[in-house]
Design a binder for this molecule. Structure first.
Ligand SMILES: C[S@@+](CC[C@H](N)C(=O)[O-])C[C@H]1O[C@@H](n2cnc3c(N)ncnc32)[C@H](O)[C@@H]1O
Length: 264
């Protein structure tokens, strides 16, 4: 996949950014984004110096920065970074620095610098598995001893499970966006084990099933809307563990990982 095309796509989304709108161009599913955010926050500590890759318009970053000592938030879309900087100024976030850096080119000056690296759907924007592996290695280098890598990303095998189920109810297949390359759990788990200890894998299965199976069936033939009340209730189900938290994990096309740097 062409990295120039991906960059152009994200620069173009910046034009659609609207602070008063629940759905943001970088997080089109606002309730899933909130679940992701809560997962990321659960791993942050007040003494952490953090790096975020693919911060976008800082929709989520401005929440993270209150939970840690500092964040260097990076992205390669200059247009989204401009919005992010404005947002940080309006919200008076002084411990937040934005830098225009591609996740593929994290500089050597970042080596052993951070207690924590955050990626919220950035790695799926790197075009292919080779690039994704390269960034994972760079992140490993940028972490201090016992540093934490928190990511929440798309997984194609889980999406396939969801699509099989949707098909049984005559719902259309959900396709991965053309600018994304989803990960595969087996391949990903095998690779990261070389560099990290897996502390936690978090799934959003109940939210996904309620919002992406139950919801479209209820509103059919109309289209489901990400910002609808059903999705808000689906988020509450997920957040409050109403359903067994592992019951629906095979349908969770987005997974959160908390990883600890292996030192060698
Ligand atoms: C799905 S958005 C997520 C934005 C933000 N993390 C959030 O959750 O709202 C993906 C972000 O990755 C950024 N991105 C894409 N390719 C990148 C690269 N090579 N290096 C850094 N950021 C990149 C995009 O510009 C975009 O801001």
């Amino acid at each position: 996949m062409n990295l120039k095309f991906i960059k152009e796509y994200w620069n173009n989304t910046a034009k659609k950014s609207n602070a008063n709108c629940l759905v943001s161009p970088t997080s089109r599913d606002p309730y899933l984004a909130k679940l992701e955010r809560n997962f990321i926050i659960s791993g942050l500590k007040k003494n952490y110096n953090c790096l975020e890759i693919g911060c976008g318009d800082a929709l989520n970053t401005i929440y993270y920065v209150d939970k840690v000592k500092s964040i260097i938030a990076t992205d390669n879309s200059e247009k989204l970074l401009k919005i992010a900087k404005n947002k940080a100024n309006i919200n008076k976030k002084n411990n937040l620095d934005f830098q225009n850096i591609s996740a593929l080119d994290l500089p050597e000056s970042f080596n052993n610098k951070f207690n924590c690296v955050i990626s919220q759907r950035c790695i799926i924007n790197l075009g292919n598995w080779n690039n994704q592996k390269k960034t994972i290695r760079k992140i490993h280098k940028s972490l201090k001893k016992n540093g934490v890598f928190i990511l929440t990303e798309g997984f194609e095998d889980k999406l396939k499970n969801l699509n099989k189920l949707r098909q049984k109810f005559n719902l259309n297949k959900i396709n991965v966006a053309k600018y994304n390359k989803f990960l595969t759990t087996d391949k990903f788990d095998n690779y990261i084990k070389k560099y990290f200890i897996i502390k936690k894998i978090h799934n959003y299965g109940s939210y996904i099933i309620l919002s992406h199976l139950f919801h479209p069936l209820i509103v059919s033939p109309s289209n489901p809307k990400h910002e609808s009340k059903i999705n808000k209730i689906s988020m509450d189900f997920q957040e409050n563990n109403i359903l067994d938290k592992n019951l629906l994990k095979k349908y969770s096309y987005n997974l959160g990982y908390m990883l600890i740097k292996k030192n060698y």
